[in-house]
Design a protein around this ligand. Structure first.
Ligand code: PGA
Length: 251
């Protein structure tokens, strides 16, 4: 059934971008205007830019997403942002559990699951990130780690419509390194199997993105791997020409 899944290419700008960078999504929207796409496209800028990014992409099908949200609806959480606020700014999705959040902010699987639930409650799609560290891969623990992250980070009520899983090996993020096709095949097949365990039938049609040093030069090869239903792109999503080079895998 995997062939019926519409892929998603999502760009994660991380902590990059001010109004000076709005020319990139404007360019992206222009370049995609008359293109028949076989995938969905999303840009996840810093929360401060979501509304502006949406505005410069008006008329295009490109969606906007947030990069993180708090598990609570509102309250005394200085500096945090709620799923509802992201939605209000124009987001239709939010990334949760990115490895940089897990590492820099000590986010646990339980916290990630709570954030995904918060996203679902306001109607946002949760893009739930999982992935092993280099030590875990070297120690032969990759599949075990993925299983425990899936069991811990994917809350009840997840469906193929409200959930996207992103497999991002920590050691591949921002390093220029990528797993081999065989390694990605193995990881994604494993994730597919485990998703059925936690999501039932919905697991078969849930999108599983690959993320970690996806570039225009390797996108076609990576996106052709079984059970890879798109990409979560960091560095190469900042420039429209690079991002388009990746989206081209689906044109
Ligand atoms: P990268 O980041 O494409 O720069 O490796 C991916 C991510 O962290 O989502």
């Amino acid at each position: 059934m995997a062939h019926t899944i519409k892929p998603l290419v999502a760009g994660n700008w991380k902590m990059n971008g001010t109004t000076a960078n709005l020319k990139e999504p404007r360019l992206l929207a222009g370049m995609l205007r008359d293109v028949k796409l076989k995938c969905d496209v999303m840009v996840c800028p810093p929360a401060t830019l979501i509304r502006r990014v949406k505005a410069v992409m008006r008329g295009s099908k490109i969606k906007a997403g947030g990069q993180d949200c708090h598990a609570a609806v509102s309250g005394a959480h200085t500096g945090d942002i709620s799923a509802d606020m992201l939605k209000d700014a124009g987001a239709t999705a939010v990334i949760v559990g990115h490895s940089e959040r897990r590492t820099n902010h000590k986010e646990t699987d339980a916290m990630v699951a709570a954030k995904a639930l918060a996203a679902h409650k306001v109607g946002l799609t949760a893009i739930i990130c999982i992935g092993e560290t280099l030590d875990e891969r070297k120690g032969g623990k990759t599949l075990e780690v993925l299983t425990s992250q899936i069991k811990g980070s994917i809350p009840a009520g997840c469906t193929a419509a409200n959930t996207v899983v992103a497999y991002e090996p920590v050691w591949a993020i921002g390093t220029g390194l990528t797993p081999t096709v065989a390694e990605i095949t193995e990881a994604h097949a494993h994730i597919r199997k485990e998703l059925s365990g936690v999501m039932g039938a919905e697991g078969a049609s849930t999108r599983i993105l690959y993320g970690g040093s996806v570039k225009p030069t390797n996108a076609a090869e990576l996106m052709a791997v079984a059970n890879v239903n798109g990409a979560l792109v960091g560095g190469a999503s900042l420039k429209a020409v690079d991002f388009i080079g990746i989206i081209k895998a689906y044109i």
